[in-house]
Design a protein around this ligand. Structure first.
Ligand code: AMP
Length: 522
């Protein structure tokens, strides 16, 4: 079996790797590192958790250990779709480059431009960035990409989901064609294939694990829930979640709870807290410092339950999670695999519960088709009936009353000329308050107290297409709100076709029509 000592890594890098406690490269590392060290382009098809970060960081540091950085001309570029992923790459770099003199800068939203400019001005060897922020710096004339020797694209499939591909193409074009490219993606969608054909030069393709496999060490259970009333589905799902967590007891040391929509992330977190659980939300609308604090708390065990959206959690390196709960069945089958992959890592055992209502049938069918097996059905824990009765006794605002994340959507004619536009970060920050406040209202208020306009009810219909639009909205938070660039234009067009909110009654059925009337006995 290959050892790190067999790879031709710089001795300083090797020392840091050994000190980090790693002796044997993971399969993606064993395959990718020698090729990357030879200077070849690498197309790595690997999911997070496979050790892919080190598979590009180690050869990158080795290659850069000779030579010096020049002002404003980074020698390498690592692009990651979200701030957390970029920050994670930066942490990896710090670990593996600690015996070298290499410098890095992290260009992500939520960090002041001035600080970042200073670093770039001094000259950096490694620039780690999200695409939007990188182009912001470039457009401000603070950065030249003509000195880039190595360019890494991490989680390309997520970049695609987030509409970043046009940005990536542009960045590729700004770097010299003689650069080495290390490109990683969990899946190879046709658009990704196109980009790699265009910008990679005779890449060696390294692949680990089949797409859509779930680890053997994860015990999966599907908990079917038929709500007693349509408008109680949301609160009964929360009751089910509480009873599942309680039934697991101490075995559930920590868990990630996934919701499809970020407003639900907030509502579920608040509801759990209200019931005495140690829970915190994480999604793209939260301030960066809050997200960092929450994640640190989850890593060190001070936060037990992390309620997350797919984007916020994707790719995060959280080593030992005992449980995953899918509060919602994911509307994209591959997200199921990513979600439950948060547990059962590195041979540890883990449990994944998915709460499904009859309206999830088609998503469930898609997941089972992807996995090529039926999910084992579990039974609701004993505590569920009691928890549901407790929820019923305290009426909460019904799910159809959840407002869409309207505050985040650009209104027609609102776009300001470029010079007047606030920095993207400022835009992102303003989106935070309404979602928070709304979540509070949903958890706190009895149904009658927060009437929602009919148009909102119609727009809140959780149809698949809207889920897709909603997903893009959620992701906008993570990508630093780079609304005006080309990726957005395309999304808006798509939304116009697929996700236009229904004005009027839409598919919403008013409650009085749903009521049962019993004929009076004569
Ligand atoms: P990644 O896929 O890059 O997010 O890495 C997932 C986890 O694997 C991280 O916690 C790494 O620190 C860890 N890791 C990376 N390389 C190795 C290795 N060779 N042996 C064991 N764990 C590793």
């Amino acid at each position: 079996m290959t050892k790190f000592t067999d790879l031709k890594l710089d001795p300083k890098v090797l020392k840091a790797v050994i000190e980090a406690g790693y002796e044997t490269p993971t399969p993606i590392q064993a395959q990718a590192i020698p090729e990357a060290l030879e200077g070849r382009d690498v197309l790595g098809i690997a999911q997070t958790g496979t050790g892919k970060t080190a598979s590009f960081t180690l050869p990158l540091i080795t290659r850069l250990s000779r030579g010096r950085a020049r002002a404003r001309m980074p020698r390498s570029l690592v692009l990651a779709p979200t701030r957390e992923l970029a920050a994670q790459v930066a942490e990896n770099f710090d670990v593996y480059a600690k015996y070298t003199k290499l410098t890095k800068a992290l260009l992500i939203g939520g960090v002041s431009f001035t600080e970042q400019d200073k670093l770039i001005d001094r000259g950096v060897d490694v620039l780690i960035a999200t695409p939007g922020r990188l182009l912001d710096h470039f457009e401000r004339g603070k950065l030249l990409l003509t000195g880039v020797e190595v360019m890494v694209v991490d989680e390309a499939d997520r970049m695609l989901d987030m509409g970043f591909i046009p940005d990536i193409e542009r960045i590729f074009q700004l770097t010299p064609f003689t650069r080495q490219t290390l490109f990683f993606s969990a899946t190879m969608a046709p658009e990704i294939e196109r980009i790699t054909n265009m910008f990679l030069s005779s890449p060696v393709r390294v692949e680990v694990a089949r797409q859509a496999t779930t680890a053997e060490t994860i015990e999966q259970q599907l908990i079917e829930l038929t709500p007693t009333r349509r408008d109680r589905a949301f609160s009964e799902k929360r009751a089910m979640l509480r009873s599942l967590i309680e039934a697991e007891g101490d075995a559930c040391t920590n868990a990630i709870i996934f919701c499809n929509r970020k407003i639900d992330v907030d509502v579920v977190a608040k509801s759990l807290k209200k019931h005495g659980f140690n829970a915190s939300p994480i999604h793209g609308d939260l301030d960066q410092s809050v997200r960092t604090r929450t994640l640190d708390g989850f890593r060190d065990g001070t936060v037990r339950l992390l309620i997350a959206s797919d984007v916020a959690a994707r790719g995060l390196d959280i080593p030992a999670v005992s449980h995953v709960f899918n509060f919602d069945v994911p509307s994209h089958a591959e997200d199921y695999v990513h979600r439950i992959g948060r547990t059962g890592r590195a041979g540890r055992s883990g449990k994944a519960f998915t709460i499904a209502t009859p309206s999830d049938d088609k998503y469930l069918a898609a997941i089972e088709a992807l996995l090529q097996k039926k999910l084992p059905r579990g039974v609701p824990p004993e505590g569920f009936a009691e928890a549901a009765a407790e929820s019923a006794a305290r009426p909460e605002r019904k799910r159809d009353g959840d407002r869409p994340e309207r505050s985040e959507r650009p209104r027609r004619g609102e776009r300001k000329p470029r010079g007047e536009r606030p920095p993207r970060e400022a835009v992102r920050e303003t989106a935070e308050a309404p979602v928070e406040a709304l979540a509070e209202a949903i958890v706190e208020a009895p149904e009658e107290a927060v009437p929602a306009p009919v148009t909102e009810l119609a727009a809140a219909k959780p149809a698949r297409d809207e889920m897709r639009g909603d997903r893009a909205e959620r992701e906008r938070g993570d990508r630093g709100d780079r609304g005006e660039r080309n990726g957005r234009g395309r999304r808006d067009r798509d939304r116009g076709r697929d996700d236009a909110p229904v004005v009027g009654m839409g598919d919403h059925v008013p409650d009085f029509l749903m009521r049962e009337f019993r004929a009076k006995a004569s």
